[in-house]
Design a protein around this ligand. Structure first.
Ligand SMILES: Cc1ncc(COP(=O)(O)O)c(C=O)c1O
Length: 404
């Protein structure tokens, strides 16, 4: 049967404490026990439905986790205070001193910095590879490898991982495949394609309001429980927990995610086609010219489209900066990092979100100075937006005016 992630979210039914249509918010950091023995059992992880302390979990966080697990089709999920608060404990739970990770080389700059600069302190080594080349991924595996790590659609180059292919490799070598699905919620369901763990930064499309941070780890109940263990759980012990007020607001925003993703995808598809026709170097997984267009198509839940992220290359950093400033001045969006907002957001990744990556490595992976990353907004009139963007590009000599 076809996997329908938005139905899974829609089908959740909650009643609040007083019969409210939203679950009640658990506005407490700590919880009482009528019997001391129950407190002991809860510490040991032996009681269902009892809450101990909100760094461990809270009813509100469980509701949001349940919705995210339903969306990804995993047994369970644990929410965190940010995307990095989900990524770092996951990797530290799966790897210890002496272990090795094979990671895509095009990933979010913060994750790259964690793997490149931070985990070596704990003697966890990472080999960065071109994730689109399955033979290269497999060749990088050593006897110490524990994890293959990638993003479904990578930040910022929009490379697409062949999740089925990677899952087969992971299975053959008894490794865990961890996929960050932040760029493609609903469109791609990595766990349905064989991923063991699916991560999101909720800060982006899932919350969609650019008003909070958040993260989630979706996986088996066994893995999620291990993350929360009071004895040795990386999420519990590192403490990047989400606040209940925030998880309740993210849950409410999630209910419109399917509508938003369709509109982000529709608008990004329109602009990508126009920009490409205008002769701009445009990268968007929905374009036939994208090297992994067919792979994306083979993995996607069609109705949500190819996502809201696209890049163009305008040739130089000076031109990129001038264009972004002019587009902001004309109220076409904001010159800001992050993604998934109702307005378009744009940034030059080489000098912002990927600046953790040294310049020579940026060049090697094709991250050029003139690259602008767009998170396309929910504009109702995308033709108007296009005409205004094009006018900015003509004004700055990035595009030539059309001859009358
Ligand atoms: C793909 C991806 N994963 C993870 C993160 C980190 O998420 P957060 O900023 O919520 O910690 C980001 C942030 O930009 C991202 O783009």
């Amino acid at each position: 049967m076809k996997f329908k992630p938005a139905n899974n979210i829609q089908d959740l039914q909650y009643f609040g404490e007083f019969g409210g249509v939203n679950p009640s918010i658990s506005d407490s950091s700590t919880y009482t026990f009528l019997e001391a023995k129950t407190m002991f059992d809860t510490f040991e992880g032996n009681t269902d439905g009892c809450y101990l302390y909100s760094r461990h979990t809270s009813p509100s966080n469980l509701y949001l986790g349940e919705a995210l697990a339903a969306m990804e089709g995993t047994e369970s999920a644990n929410v965190a205070g940010s995307g990095m608060g989900a990524i770092t404990p996951t990797l530290l739970q799966l790897c210890g001193a002496g272990d090795h990770i094979v990671s895509s080389r095009t990933i979010y700059g913060g994750t790259y910095a964690f793997l490149k600069n931070f985990t070596p302190r704990m003697n966890i080594q990472t080999t960065f590879v071109d994730i689109t080349k399955l033979d290269v991924v497999e060749a990088a595996i050593t006897e110490n490898t524990k994890v293959i790590y990638c993003e479904s659609v990578s930040n910022p180059l929009l490379e697409v991982a062949d999740i089925r292919g990677l899952a087969a490799i992971a299975k053959r070598h008894n490794l865990k495949l961890v996929v960050d699905n932040t760029f493609s919620p609903l469109s791609i369901s990595p766990a349905q394609l064989g991923a063991d763990v699916v991560i999101h930064s909720l800060t982006k499309f899932i919350n969609g309001s650019s008003d909070t941070m958040g993260g989630v780890v979706c996986g088996t109940s066994e893995f999620v429980t291990s993350l929360k263990s009071v004895i040795d759980g990386a999420s519990m012990l590192l403490g990047a927990s989400m606040d209940s007020l925030r998880s309740s607001s993210i849950l409410k925003n999630m209910r419109t995610l399917h509508i938003r993703m369709k509109q982000h995808s529709k608008n990004a598809t329109y602009l990508a086609n126009k920009f490409e026709n205008d002769g701009l170097k445009t990268v968007y997984p929905g374009l036939a010219s994208h090297p992994s267009h067919e792979i994306f198509k083979s993995m996607m839940n069609e109705e949500y489209g190819f996502g809201g992220m696209l890049t163009i290359d305008v040739g130089s950093l000076d031109k990129a900066n001038a264009l972004m400033e002019l587009m902001q001045e004309r109220n076409l969006g904001y010159l800001a990092v992050s993604l998934g907002f109702y307005k378009t957001l744009f940034s030059a990744p080489g000098t912002s979100t990927s600046s953790e990556i040294p310049e020579d490595e940026q060049a090697e992976m094709g991250l050029t100075d003139g690259l602008i990353r767009f998170s396309i907004g929910l504009d109702d009139d995308i033709e108007r937006t296009y005409e205004m963007m094009k006018a900015c590009m003509v004004e700055l000599d990035i595009l030539q005016p059309e001859l009358a």
